[in-house]
Design a protein. Sequence first.
Length: 445
Amino acid sequence: MPARSHSFDVVVVGGGCSGVAAAVAAARSGARTALIEASSAFGGMATCGMVPTLAPFTNQVEPVVRGVGLEVLNRLLAVGGATPKADPRPGEIPPYDWTRIDAEKLKRVMDEMIVEAGVVPRLFTMMAEPTVEAGRIVSVSSWSKSGLERWHAPAYVDCTGDADLAARAGCPFQQGDRTGRMQPSTLCFLISGLRDVIAAGLPTNPFRSIVREASLNGHLSRPNDHLCINGAVTPQAAGFNYKHQVGTDGTDADSITRAAMEGRRLAHELCDYLRANVDGCQDAFVAATASLLGVRETRRIVGEYTITIDHYFAQRKGPDDIADYCREIDVHTDGDLPEEKDPARVEHFNRTLAPGQHYGIPLWALIPRGVSNLLVAGRAISTDRQVQGSTRQMPCTFATGQAAGAAAAQSAATAREVRALDIPRLQETLRSQGAFIDLPAGVKA
């Protein structure tokens, strides 16, 4: 049977936070836009991945991620799908920093924004291979219940998180540390039946102490390497971002299969232990485990510019910036990564900027080498490994996604390759869509 063919101005591959922002921005810029996603819902780690909170949108003084990302959060707040922290730390700004999210309501918010923008959505559709001719993607094939299909467009945006489209199109990339080893993964989950514990204030620190002691005593598998509970998701349930699956390669199907199965085992092991040993948890049960594994790191494109740790700490900003971000360098380790033993590099892990500081993200970090009509957004943009620990955060992926979508729309409308775009015009478009771009002094806004 011949492949069914589709034609659009912009095709966005991957429907996580970056993909939703890219598709909405492209459609609002006037482009006929398709959004292809392999799973059952848009939103990626914020929905199917069940990450219980959104990382900071602010630099502790003001929001530096605005536009589509902040619109998503504000709409989620308006329908009761987001809960600001009740006990913010100094410098955190409710409701924009570490806001707890209801994944089911977020799915609906994103569905509505996609439809309102005029994006053509497609779920349950896995990208297969691109066709590249003379350094240009002419089509992308996909598999779904509709069979083999081909998606044609003058401009594409890779929001897969793993740079799948870029890598398969032949673009160079880096992966993991110097040995290829990557950050461990985590499968998030929801434990319900915690009404008494939540009513008492969900004592996160005692939970950490309990898990640490049980891990050290061998009652729980794996070392006490990771536990994040940022408050209740509902009056009955709390979301857990718990422990690591070490050695996960998010670009290998066997590896992520093993990691997901291990994550589910760990979820039930923890719940069984809490139910048997912790007051207020006698009725606890695993209400849900994420359908999407929390992969923190795979490929990073080699772009026309690479954001380095020096760029980060200098809070570098340039005339070609299309977004800004600010969060600390959050690199998860398993206690045996080479960087942990390298004094010249370990100093950068889990470091942060001062309040009010942020760094710029140039368009060139979204442009992979080797292809003329492709942009990449999300955690696979061109950075070094340390900075990826900041840019992989969901607020930042909203910002780079919006920029990539608007840039792709401009490329399609002007028949210019992505390296020849009118960047001031792109910045004007992004600002008209609410984005924050802090250009250096003296650069015309």
